[in-house]
Design a protein around this ligand. Sequence first.
Ligand SMILES: [Zn+2]
Length: 133
Amino acid sequence: MQFIQKMLFYMNGRYGMDEFSRVLLIAGLVINLLSNFVGGLIFSVIGIAFIAYAILRVLSKEKAARYKEYRKYIQIKQKTVTFFQRLKNKRAQQKVYKFYTCVSCKQKVRVPKGKGKVKITCPSCHHQFVKKT
Ligand SMILES: [Zn+2]
């Protein structure tokens, strides 16, 4: 009990754990683990740097600066998730649709697959072109 109370007292006024620190910690551990197989000292150093950064963030008293980092992390995470969702969405659509670029305005045009030769009208500039789908 005494140890827990000491820890709570020590953590008072400090930033504490957040998702970014948790990700850094896990990434650091994974990189360190992989360094055993890859055998590179550089991986080990990078892994330790990740873990050290996570610990420094948790123990930091500059809450505003850590929160700013956390916000940046959330932004990057959101952009990454959106990028992969769009990629996945496009892959699913490529099974059903064929994509062309309008020669006149570079607008991307989506047409259903397997309809033979079709006259495509660009929805943006109304330029017409014939393509096989
Ligand atoms: Zn066009």
